[in-house]
Ligand binder design. Sequence first.
Ligand code: FAD
Ligand code: MLT
Ligand code: ZN
Length: 477
Amino acid sequence: MPDALPSAPAGLLAALGAALGPRGLLTEPADLAPYLTDWRGLYRGAALCVLRPATTEELAAAVRLCAEAGVAMVPQGGNTSMVGGATPDESGRQVVISLARMNRIRDLDPVDMTMTAEAGVVLKAAQDAAAAAGCLFPLSLGAEGTATIGGVLSTNAGGNTTVRYGNARELMLGLEAVLPDGQVWNGLRRLRKDNTGYALRHLLVGAEGTLGIITAAVLRLFPRPRETEVAFCAVRDEDAALALFRRFRDRDETALRAFEYMSGTGVDLAVRHIEGVAHPLATRADHYALVDLASSRPDAGLRRLMEDVLEAALEAGEVLDAAIGGSEAQRAALWRIREEHPEAQKREGASVKNDVSVPVSRVPELIRRCSAALAALVPGSRPVPFGHLGDGNIHMNLMQPEGMDPAAFLARSDDIMDAVNAVVRELGGSFSAEHGIGRLKTDMMEAWRGGAELDLMRRIKAAVDPRGLMNPGKVLP
Ligand code: FAD
Ligand code: MLT
Ligand code: ZN
């Protein structure tokens, strides 16, 4: 980071201050600090200032001022990006635009089953608002207490319930956004059917802030579950985890809300590092599955379904042992073992993270081959594969060997990611399933999405943001 920040273009800070008021403009280094690093601690940037607009109009005015001054803008929501997407570069010439103060739920309609939420609404707050109206907003991920609606849409986040409800994209009907020149686009339509030319809303979803700033969205709601069941299962191996998933899907696809895979190493780390997380089984295994069933029918008979399927899987030798949560608190405790995986790994030391997907049928092969390749590549390292088995999306993470210098381990990051990606490519998968590209993975785009695909992406970027002021250095190499 430069010792002294370069001076702002003449008059820009004063004009931004006038447009946003004192609460909307941060310039003191101590105030800026939390906006300049990412959750993983991979990046440390610098910025001219941080803007915190309270309304779409304020944001549009600020974007116009930055555009006129030729200053690049980095949108930021909850700053939980796993790929450095919301962190400014080290130049000190970029402006961070935090959506945190735009956190109103503008409308919730239980007839249309929609919620219109501003970009800075925290995901958990959106879930709570839906629940208070007797509905469900189903997107759910470990960072839901901090991640925002703007962030989850901009990354097209997946998470734990994608297997049933789809990614963030599938949960969005309409958008409002400020474009790179400061124009406001109001596409807040709450229509289930709307074929009117190019679907611009889908262009902004997953664009990671490179095409404009999402200010509000119309989100789809669902009937709230009246019955839920959660089971934590020790399974024989990776094939047994897939077989168990298929048993539940075949028995009643509509009941399955989440199906997550965990390794023995990952579960042990969660139990060791996270206060209040306890192993629920007498059996210790190398592989585990978490099954979540939910239904809006009050008489769905989910307990029976859960027990029947687990019994059959136990008889077949696929499941070795299982605990079914008997209360809301127990179900939450079982989920915590899975949700705390990222935090537990962080506390254990350095880890190289991967976010890959393959066809669901290839998940066992993915885990086996990658684990073997990684253990051979860095002797003593500990593969910690976990994640969304039902979507074919496994976080093929690798923990540093105990006692190794974290920096020396992280110096091997490229080799480690390459080893995982080589397997993923052979299995017909993707190197980036749900976290996005951010800063971390731009150099993989050429190899994976080169040719016509990347060319078209570049032309779209040039058409929408010809001066390259929206989150430069992210997504596109
Ligand atoms: P930020 O981190 O602030 O930003 C993410 C990207 O979106 C950046 O490129 C930023 O510039 C852009 N952006 C943010 N807001 C806007 C906006 N309003 N308009 C335009 N661009 C914007 N992700 C998953 O998909 N599934 C998971 O299961 C999951 N689990 C996680 C667990 C933990 C513990 C953590 C720390 C992260 C996890 N993530 C997961 C990653 C992260 O939470 C998601 O990517 C999330 O969508 C980011 O939301 P955010 O508000 O924090 O966005
Ligand atoms: C999760 O599913 O918990 C996160 O997406 C994964 C990670 O921390 O790698
Ligand atoms: Zn995930």
